[in-house]
Write a protein that binds this ligand. Structure first.
Ligand code: ADP
Ligand code: ASP
Ligand code: MG
Length: 423
């Protein structure tokens, strides 16, 4: 008998039928002799709908109130799921993030988990009940206000709880059969990965493969907790996210494990910046002071005649207006010419540990993009990743071309997408 934490995403509990299907899966796990703790997301696209509603009453809603609103989504699904389980004759108790002991920082909209004190969950398990926990939410240690963990954050609730409870495994149930070599909604020939390492999954998640929340992978790696990503709509074995590829598998491992794409970033170019010591520092200090995360940066060589250069960087689209306003404020002080804002960019990333030992990956990548007519605007790399910025309208074409060029296309059946709207 073991302790299993299962997380069900929004598409798995999109309606009453979905809730009942998930309830049966949970009960089956319990009947197999395990203790079960379940983390659940808001039903279907509830979180997006609540966000739209908030925007209709206020274009810049207050962070505290927005978190209060969004956490209601998970409250609805947790209570309904507990009822559906109760209806099968098994006991389930639902808990908000705060009741489950999920303690966070106080930054609304992207709080980080500081600690999990799951006393009430352990009590429920002792009573023989199934514990259902609302994902994506916690309570701030300082302000005692309700917080959310960022979009997709229920995955992180699940892994953090699994670590705190010393669970044997954390199962993430979603609307595809596991982690694929690319998003199956874009590349039907994507193949399911048997295993993916924490290191590779971190890069994929950070590059836009939203199947797992980045923080949850960081957590799993820290506690060396295996994650099994699988579908709630099938009984197929999914993908194991683990420290190392099992021996034997590593030999067959492709050079590239996966390709991720991301449409959530925008590009800012500061045009005509004086090429002097300290200027770049001043620009990025202003951005950092506003708590804005930047991703790629490119600075051109300054033109000898003018001594001026251009600096481009990417950042989340949601921070675009804020960042351009900040830069305009320091324009006089720095003396740059203008700012260009472009939110029609896409980011395409190749990820694979095999890159370390195989030269030529970059050449193959760039050649296949050129053949597909995709122009590269910015480049960044890590030890096991190459990312490029291109036109957003070229992104999916680029993903498909790279998938084929690195011989990742499956020769078997097409990848199945069981549900969800892809929002
Ligand atoms: P959930 O609601 O279950 O949390 P998400 O929508 O957050 O589900 O994540 C699952 C989706 O992630 C899939 O439907 C798929 O479109 C997308 N996705 C992106 N990249 C990948 C990938 N490499 N492997 C699998 N799914 C991916
Ligand atoms: N409901 C939240 C979201 O849509 C959290 C999650 O699903 O993981 O982002
Ligand atoms: Mg998700």
């Amino acid at each position: 008998m073991g302790l299993i934490v299962q997380k069900y995403g929004g598409s798995s509990v999109a309606d009453a039928e979905g809730l009942k299907r998930v309830a049966n899966r949970i009960v089956a796990t319990k009947k197999a002799g395990h203790q079960v703790v379940v983390v659940v997301s808001a039903m279907g696209d509830t979180t997006d709908e609540l966000l739209e509603l908030a925007e209709q009453v206020s274009p810049m809603p207050n962070g505290r109130e927005l978190d209060m609103l969004l956490t209601a989504g998970e409250r609805i699904s947790m209570a309904l799921l507990a009822m559906a389980i109760g209806n099968t004759g098994h006991e389930a108790q639902s808990f908000t993030g705060s009741q489950a002991g999920v303690i966070t920082t106080s930054t609304h909209g992207r709080a980080r988990i500081i600690d999990v004190a799951p006393g009430r969950i352990l009590d429920a398990l002792k009573e023989g009940a199934i514990a259902i926990v609302a994902g994506f939410q916690g309570i701030s240690q300082d302000t005692k206000d309700v917080t959310t963990l960022g979009r997709g954050g229920s995955d992180t609730t699940a892994v953090a709880l699994a670590a705190a409870l010393d669970a044997d495994v954390c199962e993430i149930y979603t609307d595809v059969d596991g982690v694929f070599s690319a998003d199956p909604r874009v590349v039907p020939a994507a193949r399911k990965l048997k295993t993916v390492t924490y290191e590779e999954m971190l890069e994929l998640a950070a590059s836009g493969a939203k199947v797992l929340h980045l923080r949850c992978v960081e957590y799993a790696r820290r506690y060396n907790l295996p994650i099994h990503v699988r579908s709630s709509f099938s009984n197929n074995e999914g993908t194991w996210v683990v420290k190392d590829h099992p021996e034997g598998d590593a030999m067959e491992q492709a050079i590239i494990s996966g390709i991720a794409h991301d449409k959530s970033e925008a590009k800012i170019t500061v045009v005509g910046v004086p090429d002097r010591t300290g200027i770049a520092a001043r620009i990025f200090q202003a951005i950092a002071d506003a708590d804005i995360n930047i991703d790629m940066i490119v600075q051109n060589v300054s033109a000898a005649a003018t001594g001026l250069t251009d600096i481009s960087f990417t950042l989340p689209k949601s921070e675009g207006a804020n960042a351009t306003a900040l830069l305009h404020k320091i324009q006089g002080e720095i003396g740059f010419q203008s700012i260009q804002y472009d939110d029609q960019v896409g980011k395409l990333s190749l990820v694979g540990a095999g890159m370390r030992s195989h030269p030529g990956v970059t050449a193959t990548f760039f050649a296949c993009l050129a053949d597909a007519g995709v122009n590269i605007e910015m480049i960044s790399t890590s030890e096991i990743r190459i990312s490029v910025i291109c036109r957003e309208s070229d992104l999916e074409k680029g993903v498909k071309a790279a998938h084929t060029a690195f011989e990742l296309d499956s020769t078997g059946e097409e990848a199945v997408v069981y549900g969800g709207t892809g929002r």
